[in-house]
Every structure is written in structure tokens, then in C-alpha cells.
Write a protein that binds this ligand. Structure first.
Ligand SMILES: [Zn+2]
Length: 460
């Protein structure tokens, strides 16, 4: 029997409500004493959440249109993830030092694994309760949507007796992040459009609770504070988003200490060690890492796990398949040492390009300001030239000798933009550099051969 007349959003007992009073100003939001930490010890990292999508109503999972900021999610998970996003730092209505971390779908819902569960219909539901959040939340939490109601995943307004998943999710997320029920802004009498989301009563057939109001924002600020200058901000991704690919993170306030890059992994643990990568940023605006094997389509964040701990905003990421390492360069042959030892040769990716193109081959360790040649062949072989110089590519060369020079640091940087040329996919080009060197046995130093297979993964 579904009660269609009265909707109440309930925070579960025990519920410790405190009014926060500042000198001369009474702020109306209510905090419940909870907060979600990002520590590696104590109560641990609690910003992550996952979704157990057991909603039974067809209307709870009939939205099949993905949205760019929420890749891989449709139906109820999309509505719930969008609900969490109402509280995130990049949302203008929130804009505080707080972000949730979407961790995908789950088939379990233990009480402390930070799960949002649909289709629940047991203890805690009943009466006019739509959904509830289990407190305390600081050591792990759970939100349960009561199945007695007919749920709607949107994106439009709920029809008839349906209840809006996203709006209720925003309210329940507010409880777990530390807010109780507020009473201002017309909670008991005002219009639905402008009431705080943390009012105890929900309006029926409305979507206004999907966005938080000033009173909700003030409560968020009271718990987590304004955005500090050292909170990392992610603005864009570059390079490859394939498993094993080289991903670039671009943004600001990365700092100089190592941090963890956190991906969605679809596991129930607070954080999956195999889904995080410890990275030392190259600059305070750029970091480079290899996409880990357990990364899934979802979100990626920077987690400064050392003091002062900070969690960035998230960026959506669509993870591609595991690539053959051939796509990214294999090495063969033996370099010929020179003044600075044996030169090394690598592919560099992005970050200025879109898609998965790499843009440059880079060799280091040459004598500065010397001229030489780029050799390009379709085959690899190792032959000794002159008395003891290693030539690591086969002949004939497919591109006429290209004259190049090392710079003042002994580096050679060559643009290597991949054109969209399907005829060449699967072809391996072997590259080698041969450059004058005063200490070289024959007056040259050489790199090993670098094999680059042209793969369609590289083409945006
Ligand atoms: Zn509530």
C-alpha cells in the first residue's frame, strides 16, 4: 500500500541536533555532529559512495540518457550521483571544501560501506518515511530508499504519485555529511521552489530539492569551511584514458608533495589500493600517471593524503580497454654511449592534445648542441657500424635522413603527431637517433631503437 498523501524525509534516530549560534546571528541550519573525513587513519576516508540499485519500480530506472558529467550512469544511479553532486565544491550553490567520490555500483549494502540502497522495505521504513540516513556517518554510512513509494529517476518532474529520487538523495546526503533538519525558509509554509533542501517535509511531485538553497550552503560551510587555496582543482584530462595508458591531470594547487589519484573501482572498500596511484606532480598544475588496471568509468579525483589533507573536485572519466604496449613504444637494440652515458629514448603524451594522441618523441643524455640524424625504418635490427657504433634500425630507411640537433640540455624533442591514417594502423615504425659526440667511440652516440605502433586508440 503506497501512501501518496504525505511525504516526510526522515533522518534516522539517534539524531543529535545542535543549533549553531554565532554572535549576533542565528543561523538556521542544524548540524548533527557528523562530518565525513578524508584521513588515512581513525575514521578514515568517508567521501566515497556506491549505489545498490534494487529499486523495483520501472519508473525508477527508465531514464537511459547518459550525461557527460556522469559517465556510465543511467536510471537511479544517475539520479543519485547527480544528487551527491549538489553538495560538491564545483557546484555554485555549494562551493565549499567538500566533494563526494562516486565509486560505482554495488551488490551489497553493509551498514558502514557508504552505500545508497534502493528497494529497501524493512526496519526504518514505514509510515511516511521516504528514505533515511543511518547515523553516525563519520565511521561509515548508509542511505536507504523505502520501496513502499513509487520512485522516479527523472530527469523530468515525477508524475502522479511518484517521488523524485534525485531530490530525496540530495536531502539524505545532507544528513550523512552532517546536517539535520532546518526549520527556516518556509519549511512549514513556504513554496517548494525556495525552501531549503534540509526541511523535514518534502513537497510532492516536485524537483526543487535537487538544488540546495542558501541555508543548506551555510550549513555545509559550517562543517567543512570555504574552499582553501591548497585544495587541488582538476580542470581537464589529457593523454590516454585507457588502462595502462598515460593520463595527464591538469588543474591548479596540486602542490609539490606526492598525492593519490583516485579512480572509481566498483568495490565495497573505502578505497581500493589498486584503484589509487601515488603521483608526484610535475608542476603544481600538471601530473602524469599510468591508468591502473582496476580503474572503471566514473570519476577521478586528487586526494592529498598527507597533512593538510585535501580532496579535489572530481572529473568524469571514461576508461578504455587495455592497450597493447606496442602502441606506446617498445625498445630494442643497444645504445652507443657518449659524453653523458647512454642516451634514452621515450614517447611523450599530451597534455595539450585531445584524445589519446602522443605528441613527441624525446631523447635525453646527449652531448649538448650537437647535430645528427633521425633514422626511421619499418624493421629493427642491430648492426655495428664503423668500429663500435650500434645502429638499431633496419635498412632501408622509410623516411630520408632527417637532420636534427641536441639542445643546450643534451635533449632532442621531436613532434610526432599521429594523423588519422587508418592505412597505417598496425604498422610499427622504428626510430633511432644518431648524434655527434666527442666521447663517442666513432664520434657518435646513439639511442636504442624505439618502436611505435600506430593504433586507432591513438586517434581522437
Ligand atoms: Zn531528513
Amino acid at each position: 500500500m503506497k501512501d501518496k498523501t504525505k511525504l516526510i524525509l526522515a533522518g534516522m534516530i539517534p539524531f543529535i541536533a545542535m543549533f549553531l549560534v554565532l554572535p549576533g546571528v542565528v543561523l538556521a541550519f542544524v548540524i548533527n555532529g557528523e562530518s565525513l573525513g578524508i584521513s588515512t587513519s581513525g575514521f578514515g576516508y568517508q567521501r566515497d559512495f556506491r549505489i545498490r540499485n534494487d529499486f523495483e519500480d520501472a519508473s525508477a530506472n527508465n531514464n537511459t540518457v547518459e550525461e557527460a558529467m556522469f559517465p556510465g550512469a543511467v536510471g537511479a544511479p544517475l539520479a543519485i550521483w547527480r544528487g551527491a553532486n549538489a553538495w560538491n565544491s564545483q557546484n555554485p550553490r555549494a562551493a565549499q571544501n567538500f566533494d563526494f567520490d562516486y565509486q560505482g555500483l554495488s551488490t551489497t549494502s553493509s551498514g558502514n560501506e557508504n552505500v545508497v540502497e534502493g528497494g529497501y522495505d524493512s526496519s526504518g521504513c514505514g509510515g511516511s518515511t521516504l528514505a533515511f540516513a543511518e547515523l553516525p556517518s563519520r565511521n561509515g554510512w548508509r542511505i536507504r530508499f523505502c520501496e513502499a513509494w513509487q520512485w522516479s529517476d527523472g530527469p523530468g518532474s515525477p508524475a502522479g504519485s511518484q517521488v523524485d529520487i534525485r531530490g530525496v538523495a540530495v536531502h539524505e546526503f545532507g544528513h550523512v555529511l552532517g546536517l539535520g533538519h532546518t526549520t527556516v525558509g518556509g519549511c512549514n509554509s513556504g513554496t517548494c521552489d525556495t525552501r531549503p533542501t534540509m526541511c523535514a517535509m518534502a513537497c510532492s511531485n516536485e524537483t526543487a530539492a535537487r538544488t540546495i538553497e542558501t541555508d543548506d550552503q551555510n550549513g555545509l560551510n559550517a562543517i567543512y569551511g570555504s574552499i582553501p587555496s591548497d585544495k587541488p582543482v582538476l580542470t581537464s584530462l589529457g593523454g590516454s584514458t585507457n588502462i595502462g595508458g598515460t593520463l595527464f591531470l591538469e588543474g591548479s594547487a596540486f602542490g609539490t608533495q606526492s598525492f593519490r589519484v583516485k579512480f572509481t573501482t566498483g568495490t565495497s572498500s573505502d578505497f581500493n589500493p589498486s584503484g589509487t596511484v601515488t603521483v608526484t606532480p610535475e608542476t603544481t598544475e600538471l601530473a602524469r600517471l599510468t591508468v591502473p588496471s582496476s580503474a572503471e568509468t566514473g570519476n577521478v579525483l586528487i586526494w592529498k593524503h598527507n597533512t593538510p589533507r585535501r580532496l579535489s573536485n572530481y572529473l568524469p572519466i571514461t576508461i578504455g580497454p587495455t592497450l597493447s604496449s606496442d602502441c606506446y613504444g617498445q625498445k630494442a637494440g643497444t645504445p652507443t654511449p657518449g659524453t653523458n652515458g647512454s642516451p634514452t629514448f621515450d614517447l611523450l603524451f599530451g597534455p595539450s592534445v585531445t584524445g589519446n594522441q602522443f605528441t613527441e618523441v624525446q631523447a635525453t643524455g646527449f652531448q649538448p648542441n650537437k647535430t645528427g640524424f633521425l633514422l626511421v625504418s619499418l624493421t629493427q635490427s642491430t648492426v655495428t657500424w664503423k668500429s663500435n657504433t650500434n645502429l638499431n634500425v633496419g635498412f632501408p630507411l622509410v623516411i630520408p635522413l632527417t637532420v636534427i640537433s641536441s639542445d643546450s640540455n643534451g635533449e632532442v624533442n621531436l613532434p610526432f603527431a599521429i594523423l588519422d591514417a587508418p592505412d597505417f594502423f598496425g604498422t610499427i615504425f622504428w626510430l633511432q637517433l644518431l648524434i655527434r659526440d666527442d666521447a663517442g667511440v666513432d664520434g657518435f652516440a646513439t639511442t636504442e631503437a624505439l618502436g611505435v605502433e600506430l593504433c586507432d586508440d591513438m586517434i581522437p
